[in-house]
Design a protein around this ligand. Sequence first.
Ligand SMILES: [Zn+2]
Ligand SMILES: [Zn+2]
Length: 337
Amino acid sequence: MRPERFDSWLKVDAKGLYCRPGGFHIDPHGAVRRAVVTHGHSDHARSGHDAALATEETLAIMRARLGKGAPRRPQATAYGEPLAIGDVTVTLFPAGHVLGSAQVLIEYKGKRAVVSGDYKRSADPTCAPFALIPCDLFVTEATFGLPVFQHGDARAEVAKLLKSAGQFPERAHVVGAYGLGKTQRVIAILREAGYERPIYLHGALQACCDLYEQFGVRLGALRPATGASRDDLKGAIVIAPPSAIADRWSRRLPDPVTAFASGWMRVRARARQQSVELPLVISDHADWRELTETIAETGAEEVWVTHGREDALLHHIETTGRRGRALALIGREDEDQ
Ligand SMILES: [Zn+2]
Ligand SMILES: [Zn+2]
């Protein structure tokens, strides 16, 4: 029997990546009959699906964020539990990206395809660590798919924040962080570093923090920033969505030091442009080394690349003797970098 080419059963159609023998889309960008959803970020977890398979955590995030747009027929599955869907077997494995994030292993006619969603390999106390799944086809993101991106140790970045907070006890430190994943990771690393004071939150971040707590991720004392006195906020750490750190919202804080936790903070010009005084290179995506090492370790003969900036990675893939392909998926513009 001649092996089927991957693109004969995994196709890109108008809604995104579609597994024909399983009859489902993976992270489609529009409403579909049946979806497998890797994680709760808005560029992956869209509203209006009829059936959706995901981890329990991802389904809870979708309910909290999408309300009526959450899947009508949610199906929760645990990591590592194989499920027969149509003619394929689907198993989710941790992606190490945010709470509940999963890679999707699809087995069909003796071939193994892994759709990794977004992933990282570095330590994150708020989610299960990335699992390496040997496969024949690996579908990878490439958010930071350039050699210049090296994220380093998030704990060292948080240590910079603590040092600055100690040096300027009269000033608030406002940290821009995306609401799902980054916020909780920064808080958890602060706690690991022994920081026990209350951490103040912009109102938009509360619901996701509550969700993490419900799933057993301890974040310590959190207080709403709105309503806190200026005295309380002196020397305090305040977390806010990136859009809020430069706007009127942060002007009420006492002489704020502006920080931003993002993989993009490796690019100094970007930090300057956004008036970030204290750039913190903390990313929930793989950097160049993690991407290239992961691709090699999976043993995949073929690699498909999503999330833009794929040229350098495709070149690398081809020089290592693998087949590479850029997947033109619509709507992958991350909220979580
Ligand atoms: Zn994501
Ligand atoms: Zn993404």
